[in-house]
Design a protein around this ligand. Sequence first.
Ligand code: FPP
Length: 255
Amino acid sequence: MSANLSTLQELPTDLDRSRLPQQVAVIMDGNGRWAKSRGIPRIMGHRRGVDTLKDLLRCCRDWGIPALTAYAFSTENWGRPEEEVEFLMTLFERVLRRERAEMMRENVQIRFVGNLKVLPQSLQDEIAQSLHETRDNRGTQFIVATNYGGRQDIMQACRAIADEVKQGLYSTDEIDEKLFERHLYTAGITHPDLLIRTSGEMRLSNFLLWQLAYAEIYVTQTLWPDFDREAFHQALRAYQQRDRRFGKVEGESSG
Ligand code: FPP
């Protein structure tokens, strides 16, 4: 099953180019365990996790997958030890600054979803700069969920809609799925077709609750820092073997 990395620069021949997911979402789990198994600090696992994410983003570009969403920090992650939270905030900031030129070269457009207002100001500044610089890029769309929670996303959309109803912009009868989606953090972004979670946990962990309604879920035992192109290849193979019916019966399938 092991494949030479150079052969994986291009889409593996056993994958059908016309049936690739248009957006892949990843829950990057197992950084801590990866580090622990090597007897090194957890933060080294997060550092290594950034390299994995960078290669996956590049792989999406190489193989023709238009969008990737990564769960970088959940609303629950504030409960981690203070030093780890601080490390992660500094890591995000440093990575954004360091990778901006590369994102421009590779035509990546970055987006952020989540409540960004409570992040450290210096991180908010880097986020704003990255959004600004990459806004016209039309290559891979890279969506980073930072201080994101699916319930919180739905709640903030409800509040915004209630407010607009109160202002008389529309009536409650006019609230439909399309209007609701325009108020989610992910407004304008297609829903993920495939969710990958590494390190074996079978949970959504409050990620994109609305948006993942019909996503195919793929869970692998591989720890995030070890999730390489071959592992992604296997996830896509599994995805292409699924029969996506979107709640319909056989024969009516649309994807
Ligand atoms: C989960 O592993 C991982 C995280 C909470 C952080 C993931 C963040 C990155 C890889 C950096 C991304 C950077 C940017 C700029 C997008 P864990 O600590 O829960 O692992 P464990 O379950 O083994 O303890």
